[in-house]
Design a protein around this ligand. Structure first.
Ligand code: NAD
Length: 259
């Protein structure tokens, strides 16, 4: 994808999993990447590996649910490199998993604040830096946002992921005037660190519904996917090779959501 060289990207959740794999691949293609994450130590590790391979990266250690911090991250990137061409709004949490009647309102709020409000804030603060030249925005939703609902206790997570899909469609319409494309990707189970930030409550055992197919049973490979497989799709959507694709959601799940 030769048109990626010297483009500027902001990638959230770049310290781990899908965000990290996308950052590594884009940097290999010559993209200058701003790595955003809550966990500074992981960010520095990603930056170090990118630079060791000859790429260019800066890091911003912030919470994407904080409006001021998100604005500073985008302004800092544009100030450093003069433009922003691509945004990968990818950071997310599973959060607290609980039956609806036991779900605490503050736990619901935190999941929505990181996954949905965080996505809105990234797009909002990217626009001033992208509207002149156009570009591409990719949002990481999930098969749980529209097709697969077997992760019990995940009402907040699934609602946030469905919200991202609707948000991306509205944003695609609104931002077409600036030639900014907005798409969502919907991964199935991918081998990452996401379960580290999952907090199942004991009450989850009260949900007694048989699961027909275990999570991660993907017909294509009978195993969860790899972050690098998702990164390939992200690079395609970042590139002009996908220039007629906007407002859509792309499933990358080895047919898991069709079971
Ligand atoms: P991960 O935990 O490996 O990476 C997520 C990164 O986001 C972490 O480094 C974490 O520190 C960061 N992060 C979390 N909250 C943040 C915040 N408030 N501000 C800034 N950074 C924050 O998980 P992953 O699987 O790579 O997750 C990436 C995205 O993929 C998420 O949106 C997730 O919902 C989605 N997803 C994952 C899977 C899967 O099976 N792994 C499936 C579908 C969708």
């Amino acid at each position: 994808l030769p048109d990626l060289k010297d483009k500027v990207a902001v990638i959230t959740g770049a310290g781990s999993g899908i965000g990290r794999a996308a950052a590594m691949l884009l940097a290999q293609q010559g993209v200058k990447v701003c790595l955003v994450d809550l966990k500074g130590d992981r960010l520095e590790q990603t930056k170090h590996e990118i630079e060791a391979a000859g790429g260019q990266a800066i890091t911003v250690d912030i919470d994407i649910s904080d409006p001021k911090q998100v604005q500073q991250a985008f302004d800092h990137t544009a100030h450093t490199w003069g433009r922003i061409d691509f945004v990968f709004a990818n950071a997310g949490i599973n959060g607290v998993l609980a039956p609806i009647e036991d779900m605490k309102s503050e736990d619901w709020d935190r999941t929505l604040a990181v996954n949905l409000k965080g996505t809105f804030l990234c797009v909002k603060h990217a626009i001033p830096h992208m509207k002149e030249n156009g570009g591409s925005i990719v949002i990481t939703s999930s098969i749980n946002g529209s097709r697969t609902f077997s992760g019990f206790g995940m009402t907040a997570y699934s609602s946030s992921k469905a919200g991202q899909v609707a948000f991306a469609k509205m944003a695609a319409l609104e931002l077409a005037q600036y030639k900014i494309r907005v798409n969502t990707i919907c991964p199935g189970s991918i081998k990452t660190h996401i379960s580290e930030n999952t907090q199942p409550t004991p009450e989850l055992e009260n949900i007694n519904i048989p699961i027909k197919y275990p999570e991660g049973n993907q017909p294509l490979e009978h195993a969860p996917g790899e972050p690098e497989q998702v990164a390939n799709l992200v690079a395609f959507l970042a590139s002009e090779a996908s220039h007629h694709i906007t407002g859509t959601e792309l499933f990358i799940d080895g047919a898991e959501s069709l079971l």
